[in-house]
Design a protein around this ligand. Structure first.
Ligand SMILES: CC(C)(COP(=O)(O)OP(=O)(O)OC[C@H]1O[C@@H](n2cnc3c(N)ncnc32)[C@H](O)[C@@H]1OP(=O)(O)O)[C@@H](O)C(=O)NCCC(=O)NCCSC(=O)C[C@H](O)C(=O)O
Ligand SMILES: [Mg+2]
Length: 357
């Protein structure tokens, strides 16, 4: 473990100084594309400004014999594309135990490191994986002459990674956030699901029998398979000042259940999610932006609470310091999103002066 004094020192001579705070840029939707797929790659320039993050995926979903093509394709796209101020470029590299991860990092940082905001690392098991990437990134940044550090995002998709979630979040000042990898995590945990995220109709609770009639009609309610996992991620991220995200929802056609899954994650504290197909982009943006009603209510509470102390009644409900703090989360998120999204600025009626602050 590094001492507190060393924690924010560069890990290689000439590497940029680590950030003490993760930049709070909108990342409601992390849109995955396969850079080796010509049809998807052609769509990327047109998606700039419509998604918060464009992620060139090099790992799973890219066939083994397309790994080099995907890496080269991402370099080409990054060099040719102006991502503007409101869309970040991220990548998901191959797993650290694969034959491709080292070349992924070496090529991407030296070729397009100046355009790359975040490297997503899959199947992170513990702090040792982050330490490895941290040092390597510092060496490569120094070699490439980069002036700002590339951040790291870990995917939780093993039981060991989940058990070590707190140490992963705190392993480096580069840590930007965590995503849930429900498909790999389910397999590693030996869960009996066969889906990429989402629920399962068999995971339910049933009301008690009436008059001992166990065969009688009894209401059931499907439960959320991911509640425990997401809640743990959210706490670990909040503790370390980094951001939690849901992950993939593989049933592309079921836009209704997709929205439900995204909203559960939003309500529990996640700041964004992945989109795997263009149809999921608008869902993610809508769900991870607070509603106009919630923003208006939150502002009323903030106004009613004055100096923030004491308790007041508003619409028959008690408001105090703790509800004020929840409302400030909503108001601050709305103001941050309004700075990059004119439609939301209008929806939330944010004054231009507030947008600049
Ligand atoms: C899921 C898909 C394979 C579906 O692709 P396709 O069959 O081509 O869908 P459509 O015909 O509906 O596509 C319509 C047009 O849209 C383009 N398209 C599709 N997806 C994308 C995209 N992601 N970005 C940009 N453009 C896209 C198609 O090319 C069509 O174009 P056109 O013909 O010109 O109209 C496909 O969507 C896909 O591969 N998506 C990404 C999948 C992915 O990244 N998977 C990895 C992340 S999930 C994971 O890894 C699990 C996780 O790690 C865990 O453990 O849980
Ligand atoms: Mg996975």
């Amino acid at each position: 473990m590094r001492s507190a004094k060393d924690f924010f020192r560069p890990l290689a001579v000439g590497a940029p100084t680590p950030l003490t705070q993760v930049p709070a840029r909108p990342s409601r939707v992390i849109h995955f594309f396969d850079p080796s797929n010509p049809k998807m790659a052609a769509k990327v320039p047109g998606m700039v400004g419509t998604v918060d993050v464009l992620l060139g995926n090099l790992e799973d979903a890219v066939k083994a014999d397309r790994k080099e093509a995907a890496r080269a394709g991402l370099v080409e796209i990054a060099k040719a594309t102006d991502f503007g101020a409101n869309t970040q470029l991220w990548t998901r590299i191959n797993a650290l135990d694969s034959p491709w991860a080292l070349d992924d990092l070496t090529t991407l940082v030296t070729e397009i490191g100046d355009k790359l905001d975040v490297v997503m690392v899959p199947k992170v098991q513990g702090a040792e994986d982050i330490h490895y990437v941290d040092r390597l990134l510092a060496q490569l940044e120094a070699k490439a002459g980069l002036t700002r550090p590339i951040l790291v995002h870990a995917i939780l998709e093993t039981a060991r990674g989940m058990v070590n979630v707190e140490e992963i979040c705190g392993a480096s000042p580069r840590m930007q956030g965590l995503s849930l990898g429900p498909a790999d995590l389910a397999a590693d945990r030996r869960m009996k699901t066969t889906r990429v995220g989402g629920g399962h109709p068999g995971y339910l609770v049933r009301t008690d029998p009436v008059d001992g009639d166990v065969q009688g009609e009894r209401a059931t309610a499907q439960q959320d398979l991911w509640h425990y996992t997401i809640a743990r991620m959210v706490d670990a991220c909040a503790m370390h000042g980094i951001y939690p995200y849901y992950g993939p929802f593989g049933d592309i056609q079921d836009v209704v259940a997709c929205e439900d899954q995204f909203r559960n994650a939003f309500l529990l504290g996640c700041v964004g999610t992945w989109s795997l197909h263009p149809v999921q982009i608008e869902i993610a943006k809508r769900v991870f932006s607070p509603s106009a009603e919630d923003v208006a209510h939150a502002r009323r509470v903030v106004a009613a609470m004055g100096d923030g102390t004491g308790a007041v009644m508003l619409d028959g409900k008690m408001e105090d310091d703790a509800s004020l703090k929840q409302c400030l989360v909503i108001v601050e998120l709305a103001e941050r999103l309004s700075q990059t999204d004119p439609a939301l600025a209008e929806l939330y009626a944010v004054e231009p002066a507030a947008q600049e602050g």
